[in-house]
Design a protein around this ligand. Structure first.
Ligand code: BG6
Length: 498
C-alpha cells in the first residue's frame, strides 16, 4: 500500500548525514505537504543516550550553510506538528531494536488506517561497515506486519568489486532488491533527471546524439574546497571512489544509454547497466581489454592535503582525477568520455559538455570561432546552453560564437528546485526505484574501476601535486587536448543576471 500510517526510522539519527541531509529533506517534504502530519512519525535511533528533546535541539542547532533548512526543522518541531521519538541502543544487539519495534507498533496501532495498512522506511544514515548487522536486526526485530518495509542506504558501497559484492550479498540475503534503495544523490538532481527528457523527448537530439556528430563528451565535477576535516574517510577512499565511480559514471550512463522500452524503473536501469558492458573492448569472444588505460588517466593531489591530521604523511590518495572511458558500441565507438573530478580547485561547479565535430566543407572559417557545444550545468545555477556560430550583428558578414541559453533562474523565475535528497526520499515513500542504483549496476561500476583503484592503492600510479585554487594538474588539460577537445578562445558563457 502507498497510503496509511508512515514511520520513517532514521538510524544514525545523531550523526552528520542525518542532520545535514535526512532531517531537512523530511521537514521540507512535510512543509510542502508531500507527507501529512497525521500519518507520519519520525523515529530516531542511535547509540548516543539522549532524550527526544535532546535530539530535537541537536537538529535545530544552526549550521550556517543550511540556515533555511534548519529553520524549517525548527518550525516543524516547535509547532509539535511533526512527531518525533528517539531510542538509543547498539547496532548489533536485539534489545534496542525490540524497543524500537515496540514504539513503532504503538504508533501504528494508534494511527492505522481503516484497512490497517502501514509503511516502514528505514534510513541508514550510518557507516556501511554496520549495514549488514543493522539489516539483520531490522529483519529480526522490526519488520512491518501489515505493509511494506524499505531500506535506504548511502555510499560508499564497498571499496572495490570484491568488498562491494560481499556487502550486496549480505544485504541481499535479508532483503529483496525491491526493498533496497541505494542512494546516489546525483540521480536526484534536477538536471540529471532532465537528461532522459532532453534526449528522448526532443527530435532535435535524436539524429545528432552519436559518433557521427559528437566529437567528445566531458562530465566534470569541481569543488573549490578541500576535504575539510573528512580526512579519515577521504584518505581511505579518494576522489575516484568518492565521486567518479558513482556520481559521474551514473551521469555518463544517462548520457550514453539507448532509449529504454518505457519509463518503468527496470527498463531504465536495464539500459543504464548495458552501457557498462561496452566499456570493455572485446579482443575475441572471451577476452576483454582493460577499460581504462594508464596513459588516459591523470591523477592529482592538492598541495597541503597531507596536512590534515588524519591523512598519513605519504598518502597516495588522489584528490583529483581525469579519466577517459570509451564505449565500444555502434553509437559511441571512437568518442572519448572524459570524467573529471577534483577538490580544492579554482571553482565549484558540475557540468556535462558535449562537443560536436567541425562542420564539413566550412565556408565561414568556423574553426576560428570554435565548435558547437551543448552544455548542461548541473550546479550551481542550473542551466543548459548551446554554443553556436551566428552572424556578428552589424553590416559586416562575419561570424561569432554565441549561445541559445536556458538558465533556470531566469526562465523559471521563483520556482524552487528541490534538493536531491527530498526528491529521492519521496521516491522511496512512493516505491519508485528509477533513481536508485540497482545491484547489477553497482557491480558493473566496480568492475570498470577496480583494476585502476588497486594499482593506485599499491602505489603503482601516483598523483601529481597541484596548487589549491588551481585548475588541477596541467597534465589533465593536455589529456583533454589529446582526447580531441578544442577549447574556444575568447568565449565565455556568462549566466544571465536576474
Ligand atoms: C558526496 C561526496 O557524495 O558528494 C563529497 O562524498 C562531495 O565529497 C559531495 O562533496 C558533492 O555533492 P554536491 O551535491 O554538493 O555536488
Amino acid at each position: 500500500p502507498e497510503t496509511g500510517c508512515l514511520s520513517i526510522i532514521v538510524l544514525g539519527a545523531s550523526g552528520d548525514l542525518a542532520k545535514k541531509k535526512t532531517f531537512p529533506a523530511l521537514f521540507n517534504l512535510y512543509r510542502q505537504r508531500f507527507i501529512q502530519s497525521n500519518e507520519f512519525h519520525i523515529f530516531g535511533y542511535a547509540r548516543t543516550e539522549m532524550s527526544d528533546d535532546d535530539l530535537r535541539s541537536r537538529i535545530r542547532r544552526p549550521i550556517p550553510a543550511l540556515g533555511f533548512s534548519i529553520f524549517l526543522c525548527y518550525i516543524c518541531l516547535q509547532s509539535g506538528l511533526v512527531q518525533m521519538k528517539y531510542t538509543s541502543g547498539s547496532y548489533d544487539t536485539e534489545e534496542g531494536f525490540r524497543l524500537l519495534d515496540k514504539q513503532i507498533s504503538e504508533h501504528e496501532e494508534a494511527k492505522s488506517s481503516a484497512d490497517g495498512s502501514c509503511r516502514r522506511l528505514f534510513y541508514l544514515a550510518l557507516p556501511p561497515s554496520v549495514y549488514p548487522v543493522v539489516c539483520k536486526m531490522i529483519k529480526l526485530c522490526c519488520m512491518n506486519k501489515c505493509g511494506w518495509t524499505r531500506i535506504v542506504v548511502e555510499k560508499p558501497f564497498g571499496k572495490d568489486l570484491e568488498s562491494a559484492e560481499k556487502l550486496s550479498s549480505q544485504i541481499g540475503e535479508l532483503f529483496g532488491e525491491h526493498q533496497i534503495y541505494r542512494i546516489d544523490h546525483y540521480l536526484g538532481k534536477e538536471m540529471v533527471q532532465n537528461l532522459l527528457v532532453l534526449r528522448f523527448a526532443n527530435r532535435l537530439f535524436v539524429p545528432l546524439w552519436n559518433r557521427d556528430n559528437i566529437d567528445n563528451v566531458q562530465i566534470v565535477f569541481r569543488e573549490d574546497f578541500g576535504i575539510e576535516g573528512r580526512g579519515g574517510y577521504f584518505d581511505e577512499y579518494g576522489i575516484i571512489r568518492d565521486i567518479v565511480q558513482n556520481h559521474l559514471l551514473q551521469v555518463l550512463c544517462l548520457v550514453a544509454m539507448e532509449k529504454p522500452v518505457s519509463l518503468d524503473s527496470e527498463h531504465i536501469r536495464d539500459e543504464k547497466v548495458k552501457v557498462h558492458f561496452f566499456f570493455m573492448e572485446m579482443q575475441n569472444l572471451n577476452q576483454s581489454v582493460e577499460p581504462i588505460k594508464d596513459e588516459e588517466v591523470v591523477l592529482g593531489q592538492y598541495h597541503g592535503y597531507r596536512d590534515d591530521s588524519k591523512v598519513p604523511d605519504h598518502s597516495n590518495t588522489p584528490t583529483f582525477a581525469s579519466i577517459i572511458l570509451r564505449i565500444h558500441n555502434e553509437r559511441w565507438e571512437g568518442v572519448p568520455f572524459i570524467l573529471k573530478a577534483g577538490k580544492a580547485l579554482s571553482s565549484k561547479k558540475a557540468d556535462i559538455r558535449v562537443q560536436f565535430k567541425d562542420v564539413p566543407g566550412d565556408i565561414f572559417n568556423c574553426e576560428k570561432q570554435g565548435r558547437n557545444e551543448f552544455v548542461m550545468r548541473l550546479q550551481p545555477s542550473e542551466a543548459m546552453y548551446m554554443k553556436l556560430a551566428v552572424k556578428q550583428p552589424g553590416l559586416e558578414m562575419s561570424t561569432v560564437q554565441s549561445e541559445l541559453d536556458l538558465s533556470y533562474k531566469q526562465r523559471y523565475h521563483g520556482v524552487t528546485i528541490p534538493d536531491a535528497y527530498e526528491r529521492l526520499l519521496l521516491d522511496t515513500i512512493h516505491g519508485d526505484q528509477q533513481h536508485f542504483v540497482r545491484r547489477d549496476e553497482l557491480k558493473a561500476a566496480w568492475d570498470i574501476f577496480t583494476p585502476l583503484l588497486h594499482r593506485i592503492d599499491i602505489g603503482e600510479l601516483k598523483p601529481i601535486s597541484y596548487q589549491q585554487g588551481s585548475r588541477g594538474p596541467a597534465e589533465a588539460d593536455e589529456l583533454l587536448l589529446r582526447a580531441g577537445y578544442i577549447r574556444t578562445h575568447g568565449y565565455r558563457w556568462i549566466p544571465p543576471a536576474l
